[in-house]
Design a protein around this ligand. Structure first.
Ligand SMILES: NC(=O)c1ccc[n+]([C@@H]2O[C@H](COP(=O)([O-])OP(=O)(O)OC[C@H]3O[C@@H](n4cnc5c(N)ncnc54)[C@H](OP(=O)(O)O)[C@@H]3O)[C@@H](O)[C@H]2O)c1
Length: 280
């Protein structure tokens, strides 16, 4: 493994990614692809040599098995370990960090207050909550700042996550709701896609075709909402001819309680997200 390099005085920022797993490596690829950081300005750390070596081969970033060395020259430290490992890793890197650096964590359920309890006073923290479609550049990430972060730190984080999809800056009090909606939401939509496809199969469509029709329909409907910025109810009305077949289908959805079930799913996922970061 190569050690973290001497600080480049070129004036561009350096990024340390602690925990180069699924999310960490996706973020690395996205920020390089988005032109935000060049590979030689990124240091990735992890526990196992083999995946790190593969990452270095693929992305040409600097790798190290030493989290503290990775942070030493970084302007931004992106913490991508599992929530249960956050406390241990922050206890390790905390003494290495100073308030000129920014720590961004993507650990689900770990508050900025919990992060700051392991860090030097005054160190700016940002908490981010991405979702799995980020892996394909179609993510939704919410970011919020901790006690010492400013507009500038939020902007820095926003630019990083914008390389993986859409972003929104939100007050931290909404983060359980973000977890319940956009982070859990892909699973709800997969069930909707699966169920719509089953409807197609029931009416005679080949399964693969039915799944493609259902998935592209969800994708297209989401794109219509995002790009027209019309209220979903207005877009629904556009598809619904009086006395037509769509209205017959909607009647069945209402009868089955799809709307209220989805509302309850988000509310329940939000409620249980409240307990995720316990112990970090
Ligand atoms: N996946 C998602 O869609 C998603 C969405 C939102 C938020 N998140 C958050 O993103 C974080 C990472 O999730 P993930 O899915 O990317 O998990 P992951 O693939 O398991 O990545 C975590 C990485 O951290 C490494 N690691 C463990 N202990 C370490 C240590 N002491 N020092 C340095 N590296 C260490 C792991 O190495 P080993 O493999 O050797 O253990 C692994 O490579 C989690 O906090 C999660 O809550 C994920």
């Amino acid at each position: 493994m190569s050690e973290a390099p001497e600080k480049d005085r070129g004036g561009m920022e350096r990024l340390a990614v602690i925990g180069a797993g699924k999310m960490g490596t996706t973020l690395i690829h996205a920020v390089i692809d988005g032109g935000l950081f060049s590979p030689q300005r990124i240091v990735a750390s992890g526990r196992r040599e083999e995946p790190l070596a593969e990452l270095a081969e693929r992305e040409k970033v600097v790798i190290t098995g030493n989290n503290r060395a990775a942070c030493r020259d970084a302007d931004t430290v992106l913490l991508c370990v599992k929530p249960q490992t956050v406390g241990e890793v922050l206890a390790e890197i905390g003494p290495e960090l100073n308030p000129r650096q920014t720590l961004i964590s993507i650990a689900a359920g770990v508050s900025t207050l919990q992060l700051e309890s392991h860090l030097p006073a005054g160190l700016p923290t940002v908490r981010a909550m991405p979702n799995t479609p980020s892996l394909l550049g179609a993510g939704m990430t919410a970011v919020c700042g901790g006690a010492s972060s400013t507009e500038q730190h939020l902007e820095k984080a926003d630019k990083i996550f914008a390389c993986m999809g859409r972003t929104v800056v939100l007050d931290e009090k909404h983060f359980d709701a973000v977890t319940g909606l956009s982070a859990s939401g892909p699973a709800f939509i997969y069930i909707v896609i699966e169920a719509m496809a089953e409807g197609g199969v029931k009416t005679g469509l080949p399964r693969q075709v039915a799944t493609e029709l259902a998935a592209q329909t969800c994708f297209g409907a989401a794109k219509m909402v995002l790009e027209t910025e019309n209220h979903p109810a207005l877009l629904k009305d556009d598809v619904t001819t009086p006395a037509g077949c769509t209205m017959d289908g909607i009647l069945k959805l209402e009868e089955g309680g799809l709307r209220v079930t989805l509302i309850k799913a988000v509310v329940e996922a939000t409620r249980s997200a409240g307990g995720l970061g316990a112990g970090s």
